[in-house]
Design a protein around this ligand. Structure first.
Ligand code: HEM
Length: 190
């Protein structure tokens, strides 16, 4: 794909190095990285929550809502950057035009004013509050594919292994920003 991009053109000119880097970055961090992080997060959650595993075995139709909620609690994509095009005041805080700001999805999706206890797993939340796949003109075009991939993973996992568990003393290391999820996670599949 990268070789194809090097040969590609837009408006009759080759892509610049900066454009190619931006596309490859979006692709690796935004698509492969988020899915890899999401699978670790979902597996870790299910290994800690046999009640949710049982719920999904009884009602596989709830898998999409459940993975959205698990990934609200533990964000696979922590943040994105923005440049402001005009000055704005948000909750008394003035942000000037042309400033660099960070949209912290991980924090917004755990806002107590919206979600109450952010760690509480609930299937009856308003999906419109969940910013997992962003909001506005840049919202994630890959969301349907991501949801499909996660559903297939969870279905295959639960169909193959009756029980998931985090072994006592097992390794569990969180991924480092700008990544998320786990860099190491021991799970017992039985
Ligand atoms: C669980 C997995 C995923 C999560 C959590 C996720 C999340 C997001 C979020 C929050 C944004 C908005 C970025 C912003 O506003 O700056 C975004 C944008 C984007 N996502 Fe995803 N994404 C996921 C999977 C995917 C997949 C599988 C693809 C492609 C097949 C994809 C392609 C993109 C692209 C191209 C954009 C940029 C859209 C634009 O700037 O107009 N994403 N994603």
């Amino acid at each position: 794909m990268t070789t194809a991009l090097l040969r590609d053109s837009v408006d009759g000119r080759p892509l610049t190095d900066a454009e190619i880097v931006s596309i490859v970055r979006n692709w690796t961090v935004g698509e492969l990285g988020t899915i890899a992080a999401s699978i670790g997060i979902v597996v870790e959650f299910l290994a800690r929550r046999p009640d949710v595993v049982e719920l999904l075995r009884d009602d596989p139709g709830a898998t999409g809502t459940a993975t959205d909620e698990i990934l609200r609690i533990h964000a696979p994509l922590v943040a994105n950057r923005r440049g402001t095009r005009r000055s704005v005041t948000i909750r008394g805080r003035r942000i000037q035009e042309d400033e660099r700001v960070i949209v912290l999805w991980a924090s917004a999706n755990r806002d107590e004013r919206v979600f109450g206890d952010p760690d509480e797993f609930r299937l009856d939340r308003d999906p419109g509050d969940n910013l997992l796949y962003g909001r506005g003109i840049h919202d994630c075009p890959g969301a349907p594919l991501a949801r499909l991939e996660l559903r297939v993973v969870v279905e295959a996992l639960l169909a193959t292994f009756p029980a998931l568990a985090l072994p006592a003393g097992g390794r569990r290391e969180l991924g480092r920003y700008p990544g998320s999820g786990f860099s190491v996670l021991d799970v017992r599949l039985a």
